[in-house]
Write a protein that binds this ligand. Sequence first.
Ligand code: CA
Length: 633
Amino acid sequence: MTDRLSHDFDSEAFAAAYHYDGDDLGATPVGDRTTFKVWAPTASRVVLNLFAEGYGGDAYRRVDMTLAERGVWTHTEPCGSGTYYTYSVTTAIGTHEAVDPYARSAGLNGRRGMVIDLVSTDPEGFRGPSAVRPLQSYTEAIIWEVHIRDFSGKLASSKYRGKYLAFTEGGLVNEHGESVGLDYLKQLGVTHVHLLPLFDYASVDEAYADTFNWGYDPLNYNVPEGSYATDPYRGEVRVRECKQMIAALHEAGIGVIMDMVYNHTYRADSSFHKLVPYYYYRYTADGKNTSASGCGNDTASERYMFGKFMADSAAYWVREYRLDGLRFDLMGLHDLAAMQRVEAAVHAVNPHAILYGEGWVMGATVDGSKQANQYEIHEIRPTGNAVGGIAVFNDVIRDGLKGSVFHREGRGYINGAPWDNLGRVIFGLGGGSGEGFGWRVERGEVINYMSAHDNLTLWDKLSFSCAGAEEWRRVKMNKLGAAILMLAKGTPFFQAGEELLRTKDGDENSYRSTDEVNNLDWSTLQSGTPAYETMCYYRGLIRMRRALPVLTDPHADVDCAVAQNGVTAVWIAGRGERVLALLNPHAEPLTYVLSEPYLLVADGTRAGDTPLAEESGPVTVDGHSVRIYKSKI
Ligand code: CA
């Protein structure tokens, strides 16, 4: 340790003197006065700077704050909603201007926090009953992952392209007369939309929004991103419009999940660092920031006040914005105790919220046994009457179905390598509860997917891995994979547009590629095209899953075997129902003899919530295809 790191932040003495549990950090307006509180125990001076605007001009007032209990600096000022503010903090690294990490809104590009009367930003009826059905288990959710700008950047009929408000526009159609935008989502039938980061991130200039970014570069965690607002200068606009987006989705019966990125910040010299230097990040023995995230500055969730910040922030979003779930980026970088605090804080607000994260094993910046990764996540328990703990993404079924994300040409069960990947698919069908992969989860708390924003789109992956295959064959492979995901125990998840054969022209990491590459192409939604047929099939599978309680039973029994003629047979039983699925990953049709009459609910081209036919005896499972049956036990 170098001297500058030797504040002994991890000592009992520091904890006893400075750990703060209050729920009043930030700027709290009451009447015509606002109380500011910020935690900076190693600072020798903190000055509150007040501004009339969120951008430009000088502070109209600078006032010394008072050091109160446990390292919290405080000041009450006769000012109210609409006041912008920063802190000038003097510590061992000098005097620096910081934005309050607890700021609820901000001016342009997040350079000043804003005092805001949050109640005034609620859309009408926002606090009333929600049309979103509360989850009774995570397995009931069906998640569509989208970036706010991707959703409407190419939505020609939208008045709010690239903005929060594009999610509020009903009645939009594309050039082929097909419903697009919000109406499309309603018809598709997904239960939840998962939005890529919508907290304030740094890399897009909010004044121009002339570059694209996914947003994994956090600036102000508790502030909505300004480039998605119609006015990024006035802090109340981003808050109100973000809530309007959520309200519109809720009115459509669709839950909203937000991607949180607590594992790193945009820069190492963030406001956190300016307030309490060297407290919030992890360092190597020679004093450099660790970078297990690859982003240059891993945060230190194990530090009490950052764990508190994560829990406070997560609960704040769920309470204030009525979010229905959160996704945690590179969760394996966080320690289990911090994630348990997050779980408890969120579920105290909404016990039905779905929580999940990337449980990859991440470097050794935290002791492996304490990492919130897929091997250890079972340690997290649901608290109170919470519907679940924290689920993890299932990379086993992801790569098992379509091949490794690390090799473009790699194949999986659906695209030409079924025998090499059968075990992975069976593990996925069983909800991550089987043996052989070193990790397992309870209650189907696993996110099953083939594509997300990272890596190739599914269609691009099929194009690279099956370069010689005809388009119709790749479409069948795609549908087969979708059918397996909708059968698997856990939560089905897909990247927006996977159901429309979305392509990014082979771009594997489009985090700062053009809008042209990233935006959803709604023009592909045209009756009679392969994209349209694929979407219809996804829609039918979603209806099938929602109509068969056995498929969302977190305790369902799942058995798989290679049966007659090489058909993969899957038996799923629970809640008084039974499903038999016959999977054929091969090009040639296969015959299977049903031992009793069954009701056909899906085949390779059709799926839905009503049986298609009753069948018994020998049936033919088409190549790259399924037949899914139900019967009463
Ligand atoms: Ca921003």
